[in-house]
Design a protein around this ligand. Sequence first.
Ligand code: NDP
Length: 328
Amino acid sequence: MTMLYRRLGRTGLQVSALSFGAWVTFGNQIGDDTARELLETAYASGVNFFDNAEGYADGQAEVVMGRILKNSGWARSSYVVSSKVFFGDTYKGPNGRGLSRKHVVEACHAALARLQVDHLDLYFCHRPDPDTPILETVRAMHDLVVQGKVLYWGTSEWGAAEILEARRLAEKHNLHAPVMEQPQYNLFHRRRVEQEYALLYDTEPGLGTTIWSPLASGLLTGKYNDGVPPESRLTVKGLEWLRNRITAEQKPKLDVVPALVAIAHELDTTLPRLAVAWCLANPRVSTVILGASRPTQLRENLGALDLLPKLTPELLARLDALALPAAT
Ligand code: NDP
């Protein structure tokens, strides 16, 4: 397995095509030793981007990652680390979340302290905030970039119209514009990346994508087809909403999974590898953020890189025929 590196949109930043994120797991589902083993496994495989957010385990995911990075001895220039602002950390009061200048700046300072770094390589607005003028957020992000606390800023799950508006305002006021987006993208969730954002990739300033939930939270492993196994994500406290969504609302998707498993077996591989490789096959994807609760899963998923050459147009068409009718 040799890691590939891709430019983040039109920026000069090279991110590993497979990266690694902390949602659900760090500071919550797994212990700190497992978290360290996961980061070390990723880094040893050439992963150079680690994704985090103020909202993950109320800030604890950043604390755990920061401690590991600090003790790792890895050169700061050898990895890219992110945070995201919107959902808040432990303080749940009126200015503890959202995209106001106050919260964007305070959340950045808190993330820098928790991650023990002096700049965030990537800083995302984790959702759009209908209660804050977009220009206020764009200015706050611009100021953080100018101060050197953030290198690149972007959005996560913003609509194309909102991204265009942020770009327009940035251009009008000569401010740093958002250059990347973090959308969900997998065999079952693809319209936004493939259609809604289509007009954003090639127009200035371009759009890098750091895509999330390549396995649809585990649905695309096949593990949920016979119920919910113990010690899986859907048993984690606080994720009852996800469990309901996957076991009930996503029934049409679950029904497609056995046929996808069969295709994976034909290729002498596993569905997690095939599903991750499918995301990589889209050149609009700058990096696929992997999640894992144990190192065996991570090692399996990293093997997707070797499968990439087997994703011929014929195979992709077969996967489309199966998965597209159930996709959103
Ligand atoms: P996935 O959809 O790949 O789900 C990962 C989970 O699936 C693992 O934690 C594990 O859960 C299970 N799993 C992974 N590999 C295997 C395997 N080979 N066999 C069996 N089970 C497996 O990704 P995530 O949803 O974790 O998203 C990845 C990252 O993206 C996050 O960590 C975060 O950084 C980012 N993200 C961003 C969001 C945003 O709004 N911007 C939203 C969500 C994620 P378990 O073992 O517990 O079942």
